[in-house]
Design a protein around this ligand. Structure first.
Ligand code: AMP
Length: 263
């Protein structure tokens, strides 16, 4: 009897152990504060870092979602993290709300705070950054923070290319499902009691900064502050890849995937 219970305990512990080994430590398209904290042993690891750069409306969010699901990247979007802070009513959220609503970049201290929060819980060595870094000082900070953790970094910088007119049209017209953040326009949600095709929700939201006037400000910031980030990486020997996003979502995703998987 005693032998039998010991035997059952050993089998149980073995099964639990196997399950833990099989649990992936990357979250699919999770935002910064949804990641689980598991320390990556310092100075002994490789990482793959993808940085998506592009005008508002260029499809950074859409393609991030695909890449996280398909290739298991852990996602960080500064804009999404800021929206969560604003929605939570935190002190930080209150401070950044007017700046966010004006389409300007939030101050360094706020961006640093959010980035540090992400790094303190980050458990993956496949990282996808959407809308971050958005200026050279942020790129420097990100690079030095990654260097403290990873020895070998494979960094891919992708510029999602789109005309300003198309980007503006997309941004001004888009709505998001409140639950799953699927994107719609008035054309794609044509009737009143429309349900989200992905999750069935009937609630949709419009971002406070998705209007023509603020779009113009965001473009100005993009040209003045964000495009120089490409030169920063070029100086480090990391050339950026230009992706034409006028193609279908599937075609663009395939192109991006090919670049990421190529060593
Ligand atoms: P996004 O969701 O990427 O379109 O960003 C929306 C807004 O969040 C931007 O217009 C800025 O106000 C703010 N934001 C996003 N990323 C950054 C960043 N890296 N640094 C400062 N502010 C940012």
């Amino acid at each position: 009897m005693r032998f039998l219970s010991t035997f059952i305990s050993v089998i149980f512990l073995f099964i639990v152990g196997c399950k833990q080994l099989n649990t992936p430590n990357v979250s699919s398209h999770s935002t910064s504060n949804q990641n689980q904290a598991v320390n990556i042993s310092k100075k002994d690891s490789k990482c793959c870092v993808v940085i998506l750069v592009g005008l508002p409306g260029s499809g950074k969010g859409t393609h991030s979602e695909y890449l996280c699901k398909k290739l298991g990247f852990t996602y960080f979007s500064m804009g999404e993290a800021l929206r969560q802070e604003i929605a939570s009513g935190s002190e930080l959220g209150k401070k950044v709300k007017p700046i966010y609503n004006a389409g300007k970049l939030v101050p360094d201290e706020a961006a640093d705070q959010i980035m540090q929060k992400f790094f303190s819980t980050m458990s993956s060595n496949k990282l996808l950054f959407d809308g971050f870094p958005r200026m050279v000082p942020q790129a420097k900070l990100l690079h030095s923070s990654l260097k403290k953790i990873f020895v070998d970094m494979n960094i891919k910088v992708l510029l999602l290319d789109i005309s300003e007119d198309i980007a503006k049209e997309r941004v001004v017209e888009r709505f998001f499902c409140k639950e799953c953040k699927a994107i719609y326009t008035e054309k794609t949600m044509p009737f009143k009691n429309f349900r989200c095709k992905r999750c069935g929700s009937i609630e949709f939201i419009k971002r406070t900064d998705d209007n023509a006037a603020i779009f113009a400000e965001r473009v100005k910031v993009y040209k003045n502050e964000t495009l120089p980030v490409l030169d920063f990486y070029k100086e480090l020997g990391i050339s950026y890849h230009v992706i034409d996003t006028s193609l279908s979502v599937e075609e663009v995703s395939k192109k991006i995937e090919k670049i990421i998987l190529k060593n």
